[in-house]
Design a protein around this ligand. Structure first.
Ligand SMILES: [Zn+2]
Length: 506
C-alpha cells in the first residue's frame, strides 16, 4: 500500500526542472580487460577524429585548466550550456597564443580552424550555479560538463580522450567511458544528450562493484548530513542486480551510478528514494536521489532504482514518444522486483492491474503519441502505462506462440547485443521495426500501428483474464486454472537459463 501511494506522490513531486531529464555509461571488470581493450584501441585504425584533452583541477576545486589537441583543424568549438561563457576565464589558440573570444556558446575561431586550444574555467563559480551546490558538502562539487567542456561536435566515429590531472585526495567521476581508472583516463563519444550529465570532483565515495559481469561505477556524494555509504552502496549493488533478471546481464558494460543525498529539503515528499533519472549525456548515468534521513532498509522497499535501471533495457527513445520508454520501465520494474523476490507474484500483478486502470482512465480522448507530444500534465498515467500494456501484450504473445522459447526478455537481450548502448535517439517506429527483426515473426509494428495513434487505452482486460489475473472491487486474485496461467507464472520468476548465465558471469 505504501508503494501504491508512493507512485503518485513520487511522480507528482518531481520538480518541474527535472521532468525533462532522462539517461547512460560503461566499465570493465578485470585489469586484463583494460589491457586488451587498450591494445585493441591501439591496433584499431580509427576512421573518425581522435582529439586529446588534458584537464587539471586545483586542490581547492576552484580552477580548471584545459589543453586540447585536435587530430585535425576544427572550425567550430562550443559548450552545450548558454551559461558556459560566464565561467570561461580565458581561451587561447595555443599554437599562436591568440586569445579567443566567445559569441554565445561558441568560440570565435580563425577561418582555417585551430588544432590546439587552452582555456581556464572558474570551476567553483560554475559549481555554485548548480542547484545541487545548496546541499553538497563543499569538499565535493557537482558541475555539468555542459558548463565547462568546450569541444567540437562529435560525429559517430569521433572520440575525445580525456586525461584528468588531479591533486592528491581529489577524485573525479564523469559520465564518459572509463579507459584507465588509476590514470583517470576517459573516452567521450557521441551520445543522445538526453538530459544534462554531471561531473563530480573532490572528496566523495567512489567504488566499482561487479554486477552480473559488469563493473558498475558508483559515486556517492557527500551532503551536509551523514550518509551510511557502505549500506547505500550495497543497496545500489543489489538493486542493480535486479536488472540481470531480465536476460542475465546488465544492459550496459560501462554504466555509472550517482547517489545524491537530498534529504527532503528540495525535492519534496518524505519518500526514502524520492527520485531517480537516467541521463544519457556522454554515457549512461543513473542518478538516484536518496533521503539520507531515512534508514537504508527502507530503500529496499522502493521501486525507483529498479525503474531507472529498467530504462537501460531500451535505447533513448525521443521524448515526444516517451510513453514507450516509461511503459517498458513500468512493466519491467514490476516483473524484476517479483523475480528478485521483493514483490510477491500477486503484489506485482496488483501493481500492473492498478497501473493499467489508471492508464485507461487517463486522457481517454487522446492517443499515446498525441498525449505525450502535448506534455504530460493531464495524461501522466496514459504516458506511464500505455507502453506497459503493449509490453505485456507482446511478451505474452511471444511466449505463447513460441512455447516459451521467445519472450520480451529475449528480444531485449538481442537488442542489447546488437545495439546498446546506442549513441542515437530512436523513434518509436525505428525501435519497434528493429524489434521485429529480432523475432521469428514480426509483431511489434502491428501493435504500434494499432495503438500508438489510437485514442483510448490498449484493452488488456481479456488478456489478464486469460492469464488468470482477476479483480474484484479492484483487488487482484490469481487463478492457476486459467488458460495462460503458466505464462503468467513464468513472467515473475527468474528464467533458469538467464539466471545461470548471471551466476556464471558473477
Ligand atoms: Zn522513467
Amino acid at each position: 500500500m505504501l508503494l501504491n501511494v508512493s507512485i503518485t506522490v513520487v511522480i507528482g513531486s518531481i520538480p518541474k526542472f527535472l521532468t525533462a531529464i532522462i539517461i547512460n555509461e560503461n566499465l570493465h571488470r578485470r585489469s586484463w580487460t583494460y589491457a586488451a581493450i587498450g591494445l585493441l584501441f591501439a591496433m584499431h585504425s580509427h576512421a573518425g577524429n581522435n582529439h586529446r584533452y588534458t584537464i587539471s583541477i586545483d586542490a581547492s576545486l576552484s580552477k580548471m585548466t584545459v589543453t586540447a589537441h585536435f587530430s585535425t583543424a576544427v572550425t567550430v568549438i562550443s559548450a552545450r550550456s548558454e551559461d558556459a561563457p560566464q565561467f570561461l576565464d580565458a581561451a587561447y589558440d595555443c599554437d599562436t597564443a591568440e586569445k579567443l573570444d566567445t559569441r554565445g556558446r561558441r568560440l570565435m575561431l580563425p577561418e582555417s580552424g585551430i588544432t590546439c586550444l587552452s582555456y581556464r574555467v572558474d570551476l567553483r563559480a560554475a559549481a555554485n550555479s548548480e542547484r545541487l551546490s545548496q546541499i553538497l558538502d563543499p569538499a565535493n562539487i557537482a558541475v555539468s560538463p555542459t558548463l565547462w567542456m568546450w569541444r567540437p561536435r562529435l560525429a559517430a566515429a569521433d572520440e575525445i580522450h580525456v586525461q584528468f590531472r588531479l591533486p592528491d585526495n581529489v577524485q573525479v567521476s564523469v559520465p564518459w567511458q572509463l579507459v584507465d581508472r588509476a590514470d583517470n583516463r576517459y573516452r567521450l563519444v557521441a551520445s543522445p544528450q538526453s538530459g544534462t550529465g554531471i561531473a563530480i570532483f573532490g572528496a566523495f565515495t567512489s567504488v566499482v562493484v561487479d554486477v552480473a559481469g559488469t563493473a558498475l561505477r558508483i559515486a556517492v556524494l557527500n551532503s551536509h548530513n551523514l550518509v551510511d555509504t557502505p549500506a547505500v552502496t550495497e543497496w545500489v549493488r543489489e538493486t542493480a542486480g535486479n536488472i540481470a533478471l531480465a536476460y542475465g546481464r546488465f544492459p550496459n558494460s560501462s554504466a555509472r551510478i550517482v547517489v545524491i543525498p537530498v534529504g527532503q529539503s528540495m525535492w519534496g515528499g518524505d519518500a526514502a528514494v524520492p527520485f531517480g533519472r537516467v541521463v544519457r549525456d556522454g554515457g549512461e548515468t543513473i542518478e538516484l536521489f536518496i533521503n539520507e534521513g531515512r534508514p537504508v532498509s527502507e530503500y529496499y522497499g522502493t521501486w525507483t532504482a529498479t525503474h531507472e535501471f529498467s530504462h537501460l533495457l531500451l535505447p533513448y527513445v525521443q521524448r515526444s514518444q516517451r510513453w514507450i520508454s516509461e511503459g517498458f520501465a513500468q512493466y519491467y520494474q514490476n516483473l524484476l522486483l517479483a523475480r528478485a523476490g521483493q514483490y510477491t507474484e500477486i503484489y506485482a500483478w496488483q501493481e500492473l492491474f492498478d497501473g493499467f486502470e489508471r492508464g485507461r482512465q487517463s486522457a481517454p480522448g487522446r492517443s499515446p503519441n498525441a498525449a505525450t507530444a502535448e506534455g504530460e500534465r493531464s495524461a501522466r498515467m496514459k504516458i506511464y502505462w500505455s507502453g506497459a500494456a503493449l509490453a505485456l501484450i507482446a511478451d505474452v504473445e511471444l511466449r505463447r506462440r513460441s512455447d516459451g522459447r521467445e519472450s520480451l526478455d529475449t528480444v531485449l537481450d538481442r537488442m542489447q547485443q546488437c545495439c546498446l548502448p546506442s549513441a542515437r535517439t530512436w523513434s518509436g517506429e525505428a525501435l519497434f521495426r528493429k524489434f521485429d527483426t529480432l523475432v521469428d515473426e514480426p509483431l511489434f509494428m502491428d501493435l504500434y500501428r494499432r495503438y500508438a495513434d489510437a485514442t483510448g487505452f490498449p484493452d488488456v482486460r481479456p488478456l489478464l483474464e486469460q492469464l488468470g489475473v482477476r479483480a474484484e472491487d479492484g483487488e487482484v486474485r490469481l487463478s492457476d486454472d486459467a488458460e495462460l496461467a503458466t505464462i503468467r507464472r513464468a513472467l515473475t520468476i527468474p528464467d533458469p537459463r538467464t539466471s545461470k548465465r548471471a551466476t556464471d558471469e558473477r
